[in-house]
Design a protein. Sequence first.
Length: 149
Amino acid sequence: MENGLAPVLNFVYYYLSTIERVTFAGTIISNAKRRNGGEMGILLTEMTEADAAAAGNSFGLGMMVVIYGLFFVAMYFLMMRPQKKEQKRVAAMIAALELGDYVLTTSGFYGSVIDINDDTVIVEFGNNKNCRIPMDKSAISRVEKPEGN
């Protein structure tokens, strides 16, 4: 058991100490020492609880709060901010909608705006001038100004 447990604990101690979590590793080591009669192998040296606590406090709660704060700031700039910019662009496009503009609907139809109400528009599709459909402004995905304006 001594030969099989020591390499595992050496591995745990090395990786936990690289991220400065020696307090946890010191607890594991002291518990393993008690079970194995004080023998730990070649790489592990004796560590007192005070040494483990002093090493573990260097990476404290403040640093963890800073890391979480940086994570949330990065998520804001990667996810929320581009979505808000897109919403502002769409709102400005809908606000600038005028009679005679050609629109592409979310269902993929091209048409000409012939009437605008508060939250709906009437779009004329096709050449026969008989297909007029009222639709919500949010169903417009792109606006193209007619040539000549």
